[in-house]
Design a protein around this ligand. Structure first.
Ligand SMILES: [Zn+2]
Length: 193
């Protein structure tokens, strides 16, 4: 389990990544709630396009909710965080590459920045700015789901619904978590049928 550094002499960046159903948002909420209990000033953001469940809340699949602000661009985050100690960003894979600079600037200004997102899209390709965020972060936590097919450790989001829209990622019934073998077999089957 992730344990925060003892000193808060500087800001830093934490990345929580993994497939769908891996508990990324739950882990983000766990860290943010502990900061809130410690009376730190916390703000939470998500891309405005992610309106699956509720406009102004980060909602994980198991319905542990926490209030968040939807933003249309990464830079919009600067408008809200001058007084903040801790900044949480969910579904960070949907922001454009500007998010990298934004996270660096916030951490450089002494803030703790915690971002959560999908590390791969439904084709198993690194998702948006995630690889770069993982490189610049002090701490990276990869969380895993369980393969729906065989019960092994899963880190792929296998797409069941036929759509090329990456934005579909997040709609629970259109995807399932799969291990490397079951993901590869599924992709092979699709190619041959
Ligand atoms: Zn499997």
């Amino acid at each position: 389990m992730f344990v925060e550094p003892h000193h808060k002499a500087t800001g830093w960046i934490e990345v929580i990544c993994g497939s769908m159903f891996s508990g990324k948002t739950e882990e983000l909420i766990r860290r943010l709630n502990r900061a809130i209990i410690a009376k730190q000033k916390v703000e939470i953001f998500k891309p405005a396009l992610d309106v699956r469940y509720h406009e102004s809340q980060v909602v994980s699949h198991n319905a542990t909710a926490i209030r968040s602000t939807p933003v249309h661009t990464a830079e919009e985050i600067f408008l809200y965080v001058s007084e903040c100690d801790v900044i949480g960003i969910d579904e960070v894979q949907f922001f454009d590459s500007q998010i990298v600079e934004v996270c660096n600037r916030l951490a450089n200004a002494g803030k703790r920045v915690i971002v959560a997102g999908l590390d791969m899209d439904y084709l198993g390709r690194p998702f948006g700015a995630m690889p770069t965020l993982m490189a610049i972060a002090e701490f990276v936590t990869k969380v895993h789901a369980i393969c729906v097919k065989c019960g092994a450790v899963a880190h792929y989001s296998y797409r069941l619904a036929p759509s090329a829209e990456k934005v579909l990622l997040g709609e629970k019934d259109a995807y399932e978590a799969r291990c490397r073998r079951c993901f590869t077999e599924g992709m092979q089957f699709e190619k041959n049928h």
